[in-house]
Design a protein around this ligand. Structure first.
Ligand code: PAF
Length: 273
């Protein structure tokens, strides 16, 4: 596995690459969720590139940028074991200069739900993903369904800016007890981890209601909020695949989303119905 740290070197390395390139952008602290993205990329492409870049522009002031878990050596080993062909490992000054051109998230979809509590977060995500896609020029890029709003906005960017890349959505990986894998789970104490299970429990209960034909969003959300109590809930919402909130679940076109904090740790989860 080759490790490259500058965009110019990476572009030079890939400029004559004829094999199909699958790309998995990450911020490191790799877990089974990332491994699922890499496996999918390996299945569908002849050459797999992973990037590890803790992108400062998607963290707001006071968020966990400084304490975000860093596991560089373990991450390199995981990539190697997963058969990654090339690891892109830049530093912030390889990606950003001063007086930067940047992308703005759409005014509606970028500022609801996660975008409401983290107003410039998606500007940072879209800008870095655009830069990374331009550096790697992959045929396909892989993102987890757990970050459903991020996935939606990246797909929208690719469509609206007529970019030549296929965005592939990969299912959320969960612990045996249902907790969705996240690099932030390491912040949870044993008792907080137990509390956090209210999140997948609320989503399972919502799914059970839908299966019984109870499709009313208000009812489902009220039931979920009861299960989530006393977690600090940022939102519980039901949206369609365009990320517009809906009054009724429509099977095949709905996502039920939760963001709640356990202690200081913000956790996201969702279910696609
Ligand atoms: O989902 C992530 O890990 C990040 O938001 C991404 C897509 C790698 C951009 O920094």
């Amino acid at each position: 596995m080759k490790i490259i740290s500058t965009p110019l070197e990476l572009k030079e390395q890939l400029k004559d690459e004829k094999r199909s390139i699958g790309f998995v952008p990450t911020m490191g602290a790799l877990h089974e969720g990332h491994i699922a993205l890499i496996k999918k990329a390996k299945e569908q492409n002849e050459f797999v590139v992973v990037s590890i870049f803790l992108n400062p522009t998607q963290f707001l002031k006071g968020e966990d940028l400084d304490k975000y878990p860093k596991k560089d050596e373990a991450d390199k080993k995981i990539c190697k074991l997963c058969g990654v062909d090339l690891l892109f490992f830049p530093q912030a000054n390889d990606i950003y200069g001063s007086d930067e051109v940047s992308l703005l998230a759409p005014k509606v979809r970028g500022y609801v739900l996660e975008g409401e509590s983290r107003p410039s977060h998606f500007n940072g995500v879209l800008t870095v993903v655009m830069k990374l896609l331009n550096i790697v020029s992959p045929k396909r890029a892989y993102f987890g369904k757990k970050d459903a709003q991020q996935l939606n906005l990246i797909s929208l960017m690719v469509k609206q800016l007529f970019m030549n890349v296929e965005i592939v959505a990969v299912d959320t990986v969960r612990e045996k007890d249902g907790l969705a894998l996240s690099s932030r789970n390491v912040y949870l104490s044993a008792s907080q981890r137990q509390e956090a299970l209210k999140i997948p429990t609320s989503l399972r209960s919502a799914t059970a209601m839908v299966m019984k034909g109870l499709l009313d969003s208000e009812l489902i959300i009220a039931n979920m909020r009861e299960i989530l109590y006393p977690l600090d809930i940022s939102y519980v919402a039901i949206v369609n695949r365009e990320f517009t909130q809906v009054d009724k679940v429509e099977i095949g076109n709905s996502i039920i989303l939760v963001e709640a904090s356990v202690g200081d740790t913000r956790l996201l989860d969702n279910i696609w119905l």
